[in-house]
Design a protein around this ligand. Structure first.
Ligand code: PA5
Length: 439
């Protein structure tokens, strides 16, 4: 089971009493979440999700995944935000670091998470004359970034294999009834999976949104779901401790939380986490800003700022107890690099000492530290982490006093972009924004 300690977060700006003082509020927030009586309660379907995923759903996902694996060298997963980051996080965490350069039966690629013309052009060049399939994911079915990528890749696939075969290699994951993607999927006869209407994008990794791409990449979705279910069924002590401590720190002026890892495979896990908390809590002019660093890499860049910059930050360190592989640092007779003092040690032992040394240095430098430990990077523990962070996010958002399940702020850029692109229906906004730019 994952473990969490807030010991190194206490002492400088908050005390154990400060956390204890928030605890009743945290318990109330948990109750509100579990009883579905809080703001955004039409989007809390994820709370009981891991334990309620049926064997039948898992089998259907595995079946479609294995048929895509049989047919395709590449499967492009199209989606953005919550319709992308969960799958990306888990696949990156479980994959060989150099998977992109090694042969594999089927490689999962991602698109529709940016509007980079070169990105799309490079991707289409890669896919030309290759056997590829598409998983297109959008809950609303109308998001611009994935819609552009899908239009381009659908055309490419149809040109390559014809409309009929293309339709067999496209899977759409969207709302059960509404949205352009649902209509398109029905019209074209695509295989579809449903994103439950009461599960928001950033809480959807344990639905087909995350599970299908993860299964296509060859990982065990049953273990992932089982891990999440363990946390769902456990008491909520870990969740309460994390949610209460980060809110106590926030109230004490620690406005930025940095998620720290010491394993490059967790880079995208931090991206998923940043979206989960950033989009859930950053509203009504409040909320902890979520940032992340990959150590020790970033100790040689942001490490300076963290050690001695403005004291408005705290860190949450994800510590992985066991590396998967053993690499021993060799003894060298000449010792010209003066490294013999660590000869015979595992690389991971050095990494662990870097981690310990950094945690102590940052604490000494006025950076409170929360520590989350997982025994290893595996489906089971990623599942535990995912559900732990989701639940704590709901609780934390309610402690903060916001609706953690909406994202009204995301609309502002879209409105301007549509106005600038002269999307039908945005005529008034178009005139207004163009007048502003002219000035
Ligand atoms: O968490 C969220 O709700 C968002 O990040 C969405 O997932 C993201 O905007 C993509 O939306 P959609 O799935 O409707 O295309």
């Amino acid at each position: 089971m994952i473990k969490i300690s807030n010991k190194a977060a206490l002492g400088s700006v908050i005390s154990a009493e400060d956390v204890a003082r928030i605890m009743p509020q945290a318990c109330k927030a948990l109750e509100t979440l579990e009883q579905g009586t809080g703001a955004g309660n039409d989007f809390i379907g994820w709370v009981n999700l891991p334990g309620s995923i049926t064997q039948d759903t898992l089998s259907q996902i595995e079946e479609v995944a294995s048929s895509l694996r049989e047919t395709c060298e590449y499967v492009v997963t199209i989606g953005i935000g919550g319709s992308y980051l969960g799958a990306k996080a888990v696949i990156e965490a479980l994959s060989d670091n150099f998977a992109a350069y090694k042969p594999a039966k089927t490689k999962v690629l991602f698109a529709g998470n940016n509007i980079g013309e070169d990105y799309l052009s490079d991707l289409m060049n890669l896919l030309r004359d290759r056997r590829f399939g598409i998983i297109v994911i959008s809950k609303s079915g109308t998001t611009t970034e994935p819609a552009i990528a899908f239009r381009l890749l659908k055309e490419l696939l149809e040109q390559q294999v014809g409309k009929k075969v293309a339709a067999q290699r496209i899977v759409a994951i969207t709302d059960e009834h509404k949205g352009a993607l649902r209509n398109l999927a029905t019209e074209e006869g695509y295989k579809t999976f449903v994103i439950p209407s009461n599960v928001g994008g950033r809480f959807s990794v344990l639905t087909p949104v995350g599970l299908l791409p993860i299964a296509v990449a060859g990982f065990d979705i049953r273990k992932l779901v089982a891990g999440a279910t363990e946390i769902e069924k456990a008491d909520n002590q870990l969740v309460l401790l994390y949610a209460a401590t980060r809110n106590a720190l926030y109230r004490a002026g620690k406005k930025t939380e940095i998620l720290v890892n010491y394993n490059p495979k967790l880079h995208y896990f931090a991206e998923w986490w940043k979206q989960l908390y950033g989009e859930s809590e950053g509203k009504e002019n409040k909320g902890i800003f979520t940032a992340s660093v990959d150590f020790t890499t970033d100790l040689h860049s942001m490490g300076q700022w963290i050690q001695e910059g403005e004291r408005t930050i705290f860190e949450t360190v994800i510590s992985v107890e066991k590396a998967d592989n053993e690499v021993i640092i060799p003894f060298d007779d000449a010792n010209l690099d003066a490294l013999n003092y660590i000869a015979g040690k595992r690389v991971d032992e050095v990494n662990k000492m870097a981690e310990l040394g950094t945690r102590i240095a940052h604490q000494d430098g006025g950076v409170p530290n929360l520590l989350i430990q997982i025994p290893e990077i595996s489906e089971k523990y990623l599942g535990q982490l995912i559900y732990f962070f989701e639940k704590a996010c709901g609780v934390s958002g309610y402690i903060l006093g916001v609706n953690p399940f909406n994202q009204p702020g995301v609309e502002a850029y879209k409105k301007n972009m549509f106005a600038l692109l002269k999307k039908p229906g945005y005529e008034a906004e178009s005139q207004a924004i163009l007048a502003r730019i002219d000035k």
